[in-house]
Structure formats: C-alpha cells, structure tokens
Design a protein around this ligand. Structure first.
Ligand code: HPA
Length: 245
C-alpha cells in the first residue's frame, strides 16, 4: 500500500475516497494524528498529515519515529513525502516542484534512529542514496503522465527550524551544495530506511530561501501561503497519476 505524508499546505488528499481513520498506538508515542485510509484511483492509500490535521506540530516536534512506525504497522510498502522548501539554486523559483535525490542533515536533538537499545547490536544503514530509486522513478513518470513539470534531482538541506534561516546560513548551505532547504526530510528519510520502507519526496518550492531573489531582505509569509495553495493543486495531480502505476 502506498502511504503519503503530507506537509504544509497538504493536510488532506482531496481526491481520496476515505474508508476509515485509525489512531495507531506505537512504542514511540503518538503519531502526528490518525492515519486516514482510503482509495485513490481504486487503490488503497494511507495518508498522514505530518504537522497534524490542524497544522499545530512544528518540524522539530514532529514524532517522526511514531509516524514511520505507524505507517509500517498499517502496511505501507512505499512512502511519498510531500514537503515545502525554500529554493536556493537560481532556477528553483517559488512554484517549482522537485524530486530531490540527496540530503544534507543540519538538524540536531531529534530522535533519529530506532536502534538505540543498549542490548542490541550496533546497526548501521546504507544511506548513500537517501531516496528510493523506484519510488523516485514512479513520481517522475506520474508527473510526466499528469503533464506537470518537476525538476529531477536536487540536494535537500534539512535545517532544525522552526525559524527560517539567516542569509549567511543559506550562503553556507549553498556552498555545501544544498539546492533547497526544508525542515522535515531528516530524520524521516533515515527512519523509513531503517524500517526498509522505500521512501521518496516531492518538494514544493514555497519561497526563495533567505537572502535569495524575492527574499533578499525578508521572506513574505503571505506569499508562501499563496504559492503553496497554487502548487498543491499540481502535487495532487501527480499523486492522482502515481496511484495508477
Ligand atoms: N527554509 C526552511 N524550510 C522551509 C523554507 C525555507 O525557506 N520554506 C519552506 N520550508
């Protein structure tokens, strides 16, 4: 079963025929909300709003471990994460959709592994390619089938938040090779890998990152809001094709 984790601007899947909701208890505490089960183009899909259905859980407070554990418990065999980002690379203007292929992790203090019991053998995962190639490929062909432009590949820099970055921090992230900046890919992607659930993401550029383009002096939240609303229409079109594959 495909699972979708929705981010800012996507707290529900409009085209989902809802069959039931389930509050999953996990050994790691409460997920961000009940899982919503339904059908998208006749196929079963699970949906979870990463920040809660009322958008009340900040990125550093999301219980990523509980969310991933709950999705696996529910039978998720692949996960598509939707997340809004700031665009750093010059061609990544607000409104652009991107399927990232790499991650740099600047977060701290988040629970980032399931393997921390003292009496368990140390467990390392391979994370050379943090996103699953098959799910990425499905996203890219779904976008092509939907006639929606998406950028193939990019480095997602994950910051701690909840504040946005300074322009010096963005300049540093750019020197590090970051193309977009967001606050949620880590530890989400790593925890999915630990559970062996193929995971890929579709990013929506909501704003130019701090100090760049229209955000040279400040980031306008009204503009972010407006751009997200418009872009999520295209994300839904992509998801509407993804379920057919
Ligand atoms: N920085 C971090 N996270 C974000 C941004 C940003 O500029 N825009 C949307 N999510």
């Amino acid at each position: 079963m495909l699972a979708v984790i929705g981010g800012s601007g996507l707290t529900e899947l409009a085209n989902l025929t809802i069959t039931r909701r389930e509050v999953v208890r996990t050994p790691y505490g409460e997920p961000s909300g009940a899982l919503t089960f339904g059908e998208l183009c006749g196929r079963p899909v699970a949906f979870l709003a990463r920040h809660g259905y009322g958008h009340t859980i900040a990125p550093h407070r999301v219980n990523y471990a509980a969310n991933l554990w709950a999705l696996r418990h529910a039978g998720a065999s692949s996960i598509v994460a939707v997340a809004s980002v700031g665009g750093i690379r010059a061609d990544l203007d607000p409104g652009v959709l991107l399927v990232p292929d790499q991650i740099i992790d600047y977060t701290w203090g988040r629970k980032s592994t399931f393997f921390e019991s003292a009496d368990e053998a140390v467990h390392h995962i391979d994370f050379t390619e943090p996103f699953d190639a098959t799910v990425r490929g499905r996203l890219l062909s779904a976008a092509s089938d939907a006639g929606v432009d998406v950028v193939d590949g990019g480095v997602y820099a994950t910051t701690q938040g909840p504040r946005l970055e300074t322009s010096a921090e963005i300049a540093r992230i750019e020197r590090d090779g970051g193309d977009v900046v967001g606050m949620t890919a880590m530890p989400e992607a790593a925890l999915a890998r630990e559970l062996d659930i193929p995971y890929a993401a579709i990013n929506v550029v909501a704003n130019h990152a701090a100090g760049k383009g229209s955000s040279e002096k400040a980031i306008s939240f009204e503009r972010i809001e407006a751009s997200l609303q418009e872009s999520m229409v295209r994300v839904r079109l992509v998801l509407g094709q993804l379920c057919k594959q």
